[in-house]
Design a protein. Structure first.
Length: 105
């Protein structure tokens, strides 16, 4: 004859409603968004520690103006910007990145 299986536990049968699963995420989900397995080891050993700083107001405004000119140049004729709009947008991003990477810039 066949083997009689024990009834499944209540926890295995019950799945929390979606609203509760979204409102109260599990520890694994919280850990995914707050911890990184590699960063503590790298930073303790003295490598790859990036100390980013906010860009100065001048760097931010210059980057913002360049990005705005690149977008406006797509729709209106601006002599140099219309022809090289992509590169103007890249320069705006690089200016902002340099402002984040180096302090006092």
């Amino acid at each position: 004859m066949g083997r009689i299986a024990s009834p499944p536990s209540l926890r295995a049968c019950y799945a929390a409603p979606l609203a509760l699963r979204v409102a109260f995420p599990t520890r694994d989900v919280i850990r995914f968004f707050t911890e990184n397995d590699y960063s503590p080891l790298v930073n303790k050993e003295g490598g790859l520690d990036m100390n980013l700083s906010p860009p100065s107001t001048a760097v931010f405004v210059i980057s913002l103006i360049l990005a705005a000119l690149a977008i406006i140049g797509k729709f209106a004729a601006i002599p140099f910007i219309t022809e090289h709009g992509f590169w103007v947008a890249v320069i705006a991003y690089v200016v902002l990145a340099v402002g984040n990477l180096f302090r006092g810039v």
